[in-house]
Design a protein around this ligand. Structure first.
Ligand code: AMP
Length: 278
């Protein structure tokens, strides 16, 4: 893949890169289509990265479907499909990791302490292999995009990170490869995440500025469903991820959440600009 990308660059073409873990859906397709619009050559990778899963997590049962993925990527405008194998990415004696401090240890990092170290390491490797002008990430994984933007700035990668809005099912549930783990009942209940995020947006639009009240209302909605466990629902600064107690006019606010429905853990978020005048 390195040689192919080098040859493409020598032709003066701009490479757009979409890294994924596969089991592609409309969310991934939106990233690929955006890359197609903005670049001359689109590279999509599918790699279920063992380093970003804790031993207790779903690495071995993570859904895989390469034929389907190739079809989705192709339809959305992919030119090169890159599916490295684990030994290629992590050969014997592999011992170099990339870690973004602070941003990696809050929110998701509290519950998945080694997760972002795995993400930033593999994304750094992939960016060095592909050397894209632009790489595309989803707002669905807001903290991931923020961590990667920090890594790219800190390490002077010559890649622009583009964040693409979350693609949702018709009832509002964010599309995710993990949604197939949900039972029929859990799938129906999971729409409450989107409803809770909409509630937070409405509260801010109508003048609520106390994070505790917003989180309280969202918690009440989510816990009205059976078998749910909230890992976090937070109101944070959209750039620094610092917890916010009170919202100020003009602030960029991120409201991320992680909730388990039975054994399935879902994440979602909304980004809101606090109105200047309430
Ligand atoms: P994954 O395969 O889950 O690692 O996701 C690969 C990329 O697709 C990441 O940048 C995700 O944020 C993005 N993505 C996943 N789901 C969605 C979605 N529903 N809408 C937009 N982007 C998404």
């Amino acid at each position: 893949m390195q040689d192919t990308c080098e040859a493409v660059r020598l032709l003066g073409k701009r490479i757009g890169f979409v890294p994924t873990m596969g089991y592609l859906h409309e969310g991934h397709a939106a990233l690929i289509r955006r890359a197609r619009q903005e670049c001359d050559c689109v590279v999509v990778s599918v790699f279920v990265n063992p380093a970003q899963f804790a031993p207790t997590e779903d690495f071995s049962r993570y859904p895989r479907s390469l034929d389907h993925d190739m079809h989705v990527a192709d339809e959305a405008g992919c030119d090169y499909f890159f599916t490295p194998e684990s030994p290629e990415m992590y050969p014997e004696h592999f011992s170099t990791y990339v870690q973004v401090e602070n941003l990696s240890s809050v929110l998701e990092g509290t519950f998945r302490p080694t997760h972002f170290k795995g993400v930033t390491t593999v994304v750094a490797m992939l960016l060095l292999i592909v050397h894209p002008q632009k790489a595309y990430f989803g707002q669905k994984d807001a903290q991931q995009s923020i961590v990667i933007q920090q890594m790219v700035r800190d390490l002077h990668f010559a890649t622009q990170i583009v964040v693409v809005p979350t693609v949702r099912e018709t009832d509002g549930l964010a599309k995710s490869s993990r949604n197939i783990y949900l039972s029929q009942r859990e799938r129906a209940d999971a729409v409450v995440l989107f409803q809770a995020l909409c509630k937070a947006e409405e509260m801010i639009a109508s003048g609520e500025r106390t994070s505790q009240k917003i989180v309280g209302a969202m918690t009440q909605m989510v816990t009205s469903k059976p078998n749910v466990a909230i890992d976090y629902i937070s109101v944070v600064d959209a750039l620094t991820l610092d917890l916010l107690e009170t919202l100020k006019p003009g602030m960029q606010v991120l409201i991320p959440l992680a909730v388990r429905f039975g054994a399935t853990r879902l994440i979602d978020n909304t980004r809101v600009t606090v109105p200047l005048h309430s």
